[in-house]
Design a protein around this ligand. Structure first.
Ligand code: ADP
Ligand code: ZN
Length: 223
């Protein structure tokens, strides 16, 4: 199940929203948190201090939805500021380190609803800790897909366009783009969006029947 159809105040649960960059994780997180606020629940919202791309005191989606948040340096900070809350929202969970798993467990055990959004894979397609661990212990999981900027197919990967830095290089469209599996594997050989037909993988699929017809015609000519 991806989202609780109805929450039971006091029971405690963990919800995880994962996907590539631009897949709508932050939008989905904001949507759930807004609904909790409308229901007059006490909501605390956190994001890692490392991610100050758009604002320090708010979570902001690529489509410019925003909701006020508290900047934290690590998972222990979340625990410190979440005591009064019934619902806790955390964005960019992959930047808060391995302790985030234990912190979410503790908060859920206190009866709180914990919602964490984050990247499930790094730019090399490797599971991005601690999100895989959180996926394992969560009651509810949502996997979001972006649109491949090369071919328009659903995109599950985040492609880094520049050759620099280690695992963590914070950035936006100047550094990262969403790609499907195939266009990710093509790397720099992938055709830029402007030259693309817009049809997912149109060329390879269209090419196959034509080759077969030509071979059959050749056989007919030989006979
Ligand atoms: P995430 O938190 O997963 O990075 P956001 O919720 O911040 O994603 O942003 C999602 C929004 O980004 C979409 O609704 C859309 O307006 C915009 N967007 C920009 N590029 C893409 C893309 N390649 N695929 C899908 N959405 C995109
Ligand atoms: Zn693609």
């Amino acid at each position: 199940m991806s989202e609780p159809s109805r929450t039971f105040p006091g029971t405690g649960s963990i919800e995880v929203i994962v996907g590539s960059m631009y897949s709508g994780k932050t939008e989905e997180l904001i949507r759930r948190l807004r609904r909790a606020q409308i229901a007059r629940q006490r909501v605390e919202i956190f994001k890692p201090g490392i991610d100050d791309r758009y604002a320090r005191d708010a979570i902001v989606s690529h489509s410019e939805l925003r909701i006020p948040s508290r900047s934290v340096e690590n998972a222990a900070d979340v625990l410190r500021h979440a005591h009064e809350a019934q619902v806790i929202g955390i964005d960019e969970g992959q930047f808060l380190g391995p302790d985030l798993v234990e912190v979410c467990e503790k908060l859920a055990r206190m009866g709180k609803r914990v919602i964490v959004a984050g990247l499930d894979q790094d730019y090399l397609g490797r599971p991005f800790e601690p999100m895989p661990q959180l996926l394992a212990i969560a009651e509810y999981i949502t996997k979001t897909l972006a649109i491949c900027v090369v071919c328009g197919a659903p995109a599950n990967r985040t492609y880094r366009k520049v050759q620099r830095g280690g695992r963590v290089v914070v950035g936006g469209a100047e550094i990262y783009e969403a790609r499907c599996r195939r266009c990710y594997d093509l790397g720099r050989r992938a055709k830029p969006a402007a030259e693309s037909t817009g049809e997912p993988h149109a060329k390879p699929h269209a090419a196959r029947p034509r080759v077969r017809r030509t071979a059959a015609a050749r056989r007919r000519r030989v006979r």
